[in-house]
Design a protein around this ligand. Structure first.
Ligand code: UD1
Length: 355
């Protein structure tokens, strides 16, 4: 029986881990989970394990925050021994965080097989820490599981076609399952937020490029505060900390800062929103899958299908952000670029075949 060791550490990775853990269990695979501790606040970590039925990690490294070098290096030092003890047939890494890169480096240096889930995404923006992480991981890994055909084309362009399998997007699996669950349960979050009939926009901003320069953060906050309906900002600790340091108030005008939400609550809040404004990769795609118009506060996106199909616009300046929010609702599309919600089963099959 194969042994898969998943290494995760940050919020979006827990979401992707949920359907994988379920599919591994269904296939009778020996699946172990290592949590690096990159995210440690209960709202960014524990609630995902409990809400999405993910087994508790077998190993928790408790690394925490730091500069990129400190954080990645601390994980790397711990992972050497942990992975050696676990003797995996493959180390499964997710997405593009520092946890992804650390696990990949530790594994390849120990001649372990590495599988990269969500391989081939590219923003072509070399200032993004995630871009470094995903490019380095793709070139080091043995099996590249691409979520889309566009991602597979990027891998082919980089000479990696021989290691690539298109499996679809596992986030679609967990999103559809959660959407169906919250629709069955009914009741939205609006009463809790005390909002009127004009509805609301849902916002998340956490990328370093948008948060770490006070002038840039102020420009975004100014735009959101001027929106034509309340904007609920689910404030990641990074944006909350940077705003505090810069003396920027995240609750003013139309803008209201709230704590991040657990996954089912996020899906519920997204379903009820007039629009979403975000710099998160995952939320752009979730907006598309739920058919909620999205405005992405970035100059490029890895999920180009959301833009090509008309449900996502890229916005940089304040006026562009406001124009994005108030644009007419896009025409409905039936395209399914992110798969059918059954990607996790294909991930497990592809790994077993490759091993
Ligand atoms: C990380 C990922 C990013 C992903 C995001 C999802 C990298 C390079 N970035 O960014 O790709 O989209 O997770 O949320 O890996 N903090 C807390 N509590 C926590 C975790 C972080 O307060 O539980 C604060 C700390 O001040 C920390 C800052 O947030 O310094 C940034 O955390 P970090 O893990 O370095 O990066 P994210 O911005 O979360």
């Amino acid at each position: 029986m194969s042994r898969i060791v998943s290494v995760v550490g940050a919020r979006p990775q827990f979401v992707k881990l949920a359907p994988i853990a379920q599919a591994a269990r269904a296939a009778g695979i020996d699946h172990r989970i290592v949590h690096t501790g990159q995210h440690y606040d209960p709202l960014l970590s524990d609630v995902f394990f409990s809400d999405l039925g993910i087994p508790a990690p077998d190993v928790h490294l408790g690394i925490g925050s730091g500069t990129h070098g400190q954080q990645t290096g601390a994980m790397l030092a711990e992972l050497d021994g942990v992975l050696a003890d676990l003797e995996p047939d493959t180390v499964l890494v997710y997405g593009d965080t520092n946890s992804t890169l650390a696990a990949t480096l530790s594994a390849v240096k120990q001649h372990m097989h590495v599988t990269h889930l969500e391989a081939g995404l590219r923003s072509f923006n070399r200032r993004m820490p995630e871009e470094h992480n995903r490019v380095l991981t793709d070139h080091a890994a043995d099996l590249l599981l691409a979520p889309t055909h566009v991602a597979a084309e990027h891998l082919r362009d980089e000479g990696l076609a021989g290691r690539t399998v298109v499996v679809g997007d596992v986030m679609t699996d967990v999103l559809f399952a959660t959407r169906d669950r919250v629709l069955r349960e009914g009741a939205g979050l609006v009463p809790q937020w005390g909002l009127g009939a004009e509805g609301y926009y849902l916002a998340t901003i956490h990328r370093a490029d948008n948060t770490d320069n006070p002038t840039r953060l102020a420009e975004i906050v100014e735009a959101l505060a001027a929106a034509d309906a309340p904007v609920i900002l689910l404030a990641h600790p990074r944006v909350a900390a940077r705003a505090r340091e810069a003396g920027i108030d995240l609750t003013r005008g139309a803008l209201r800062a709230r704590d991040p939400l657990a996954y089912p609550d996020l899906v519920r809040a997204a379903l009820g929103a007039r629009g979403i404004v975000t710099d998160s990769g995952g939320l752009q795609k979730e907006a598309f899958l739920l058919r909620v118009p999205c405005t992405t506060v970035r100059d490029e996106t890895e999920w180009v299908e959301t833009v090509d199909l008309g449900w996502n616009v890229l916005a940089h300046t304040g006026p562009q952000i406001l124009a994005g929010l108030t644009r007419p609702r896009p025409t409905d599309v039936s395209a399914t670029p992110y798969g059918d919600g059954r990607a996790a089963g294909r991930v497990i099959e592809a790994i077993e075949l490759h091993l």
